[in-house]
Design a protein around this ligand. Structure first.
Ligand SMILES: [Zn+2]
Length: 402
């Protein structure tokens, strides 16, 4: 994931892309791929030498699947050889704008996008993109077709920030299980924060999907290391409407009890919050990723674009999450709404919150986190909070546009 940071840091200087890309670590290389028919629809599989920002969408007249990539060298990719499909009638790959390339698959049938994910091999750094198209469905395909409006991709003014879907479409939630891989997070005996958060994240995903009205993506679904900025990049790549990071840290002194919800502060509001944020960022440094420079460059140019609008939305989401959690599990931290400079909350255009579910250093809290019934209650509380917030945010978005 280290190279994602290099690529991301280039987003700050879009106009001078190519030259600096080579200076700073080079392009991702296309390795292999295929476009095949599946039993119901079709599958696109592409492997590149490192993770890169990407996005996918569909268009009509003619029906097409479009995938955009940042900084990928497609030399060696032969579209004619890649296309091993009857349902994809043509395949094109080429430059799209400086620093960006685009793959276009012309579809014989209106096959809606059903699954899209990029996984990065923790060992090699190679990234695999898998896209699944479902059975032909004209109505569903047409309903979802269209190029996404994402400020990260073409730097529009802050006023163009995409609101949560207006009641019609699902809310895309990026769940971020904290830590992972060589960074276990807090530990208590044989339990680690990274494992507990992955378990809880998977359960929360199920709860949200069962509720309806949500699409869910996860920054990691394995025990793998992902840098903090990489997590934010994944949220953008997934077109997330909200970002929810899950943690359960330990404290060195005293007993801490109850969940707390954090939003981003430019300057942490108190010493404890600052120390927690610093520890999270240091975990990234310990893993060998130097965040300092990349973070500044990205922050200055990109991440401030929409913050004016995003901050109140994040804070409202945190309040709703807290209300949902309080209703579901009864007790929350004595100062439950907090602000800290967590790097993982720095998406400028995606309302973001970090939930400290509890504290591994407190025996009762560890027991809660290991109790499926308690976790089910917590997941239900987060679901309720997200539902309440999404309704309110959609109503406010209508007002904002008037
Ligand atoms: Zn943590």
């Amino acid at each position: 994931m280290r190279r994602i940071l290099r690529v991301l840091s280039l987003l700050g200087c879009l106009s001078s892309g190519a030259v600096q890309a080579q200076e700073l670590g080079g392009l991702a290389q296309f390795l292999e791929g295929s476009v095949r028919d599946s039993r119901v629809g079709a599958e696109v599989h592409l492997k590149v030498s490192q993770g890169v920002p990407w996005r996918v969408f569909t268009l009509t007249d003619p029906d097409r699947l479009v995938v955009d990539f940042r900084e990928v060298d497609w030399q060696g990719a032969d579209p004619a050889a890649l296309r091993q499909s009857e349902k994809v009638t043509a395949l094109r790959i080429g430059g799209f704008r400086p620093g960006w390339s685009r793959l276009v698959a012309v579809l014989a049938l209106p096959m809606p996008l059903q699954q899209a994910g990029l996984t990065v091999d923790a060992e090699t750094g190679a990234a695999e993109l898998l896209l699944r198209l479902g059975a032909a469905d004209r109505a569903a395909f047409d309903a979802r077709a269209g190029a996404p409006q994402d400020p990260r991709w073409d730097l529009p003014p802050a006023s163009a920030v995409r609101p949560v879907p207006q009641g019609a479409g699902p809310v895309v939630v990026m769940i971020d299980p904290g830590h992972g891989g060589i960074d276990p997070g807090a530990e208590a005996g044989s339990a680690s924060e990274a494992d507990l958060m992955l378990t809880f994240a998977r359960e929360l995903r199920e709860v949200l999907l069962r509720a309806g009205g949500f699409e869910v993506a996860m920054t990691r679904d394995t025990d793998s290391f992902i840098s903090l900025e990489g997590r934010v990049a994944l949220a953008h790549a997934a077109g997330a409407d909200v970002f929810v990071s899950l943690h359960a840290d330990s404290i060195d002194e005293g007993i801490a009890r109850g969940a707390a919800v954090y939003t981003l502060a430019e300057d942490a509001s108190d010493a404890a919050s600052a120390a927690l944020a610093e520890r999270h960022d240091r975990d990234d440094l310990l893993a060998g990723v130097d965040l300092s420079g990349a973070d500044d460059r990205v922050a200055n140019v990109l991440l401030d674009l929409a913050r004016l609008d995003n901050t109140p939305r994040s804070q409202a989401m945190a309040q709703h999450l807290l209300d949902g959690i309080r209703n579901a599990v009864g007790r929350v931290h004595k100062r439950p709404l907090r602000q800290a400079g967590f790097s993982v909350l720095k998406a400028a255009d995606i309302p973001s919150a970090l939930i400290e579910l509890g504290f591994l250093s407190t025996a009762g809290e560890l027991a809660n986190l290991q109790d499926p019934a308690w976790r089910a209650g917590m997941a239900a509380g987060i679901r309720d909070g997200l539902q309440a917030w999404a309704l309110e945010d959609a109503a406010l978005a209508r007002l904002r546009r008037q």
